[in-house]
Design a protein around this ligand. Structure first.
Ligand SMILES: O=C(O)CCC(=O)C(=O)O
Ligand SMILES: [Mn+2]
Length: 209
């Protein structure tokens, strides 16, 4: 994977966190559930862009509307489209930006990002707020893994051999950043945001899956 430490400086991080706060005021964090077991994930989510990723008892999928409010997702901020253009090397714009919010005790188990029809496009993700330990494995759940700490402002690109690699978040280090303290109504406990930009459909083809 490509890790770009400190890609966003503190001014850009603050501006982007403000855009995310606007998004969350229109499209509040929802509680995703593991489809087969119905257990809640510890991360809460929202999205912006034409499509959003959701997880509930009927499965994982992309859809154009918020699962609780039924409203379309807010548009993707221009800063995210620009960032994608600068780092993805991909011909077409992203269609979904998943907003993950990690409260201090949240984590994300090892998984692959593979609900996209287009797996040639990279996945680009941006970290804001508390640092977190990101784990990257190979193309099977059992293989060896490696880990790296992601700090606020870091960008990660999953591309090539790592596009479908297993990955997850082991833990967040509470209190390691004060960025989200700027929005106490949304993030009273601080924590971490991760924005994951994805191309969902193959350019020129209509279907989501
Ligand atoms: O929080 C992260 O850095 C990773 C998030 C992730 O893997 C996902 O949303 O699919
Ligand atoms: Mn992922």
């Amino acid at each position: 994977m490509r890790h770009l430490p400190g890609y966003l400086d503190s001014t850009d991080q603050y501006a982007l966190a403000g855009k995310v706060a606007d998004i969350l005021h229109h499209a509040p964090l929802f509680q995703p559930f593991l489809p087969r077991w119905g257990t809640p994930l510890s991360v809460r989510m929202s999205n912006c862009g034409p499509l959003g990723w959701v997880a509930d008892k009927s499965g994982y999928r992309y859809q154009a509307t918020h699962p609780d409010t039924g409203r379309p997702w807010p548009p993707m901020p221009g800063a995210l489209l620009d960032l994608w253009e600068a780092v993805s090397g991909y011909e077409a714009p992203p269609e979904a930006c998943l907003v993950n919010y990690y409260a201090p005790t949240a984590k994300m188990g090892l998984h692959q990002d593979r609900d996209e029809a287009d797996v040639d496009a990279p996945v680009v993700s941006i970290s804001l707020g508390d640092r977190a330990r990101f784990r990257l494995g190979g193309d099977s759940r059992k293989g060896p893994t490696d880990s790296v700490w992601l700090e606020s402002g870091d960008v990660v690109v999953l591309e090539g051999k790592t596009r479908l690699a297993f990955h997850g978040i082991d833990k967040v280090e509470p209190g390691s950043s004060d960025l989200l303290g700027g929005w106490p109504d949304l993030f009273p406990a601080g924590g971490r945001l991760n924005l994951t930009l994805r191309r969902v459909t193959v350019p020129g083809k209509a279907s989501v899956r």
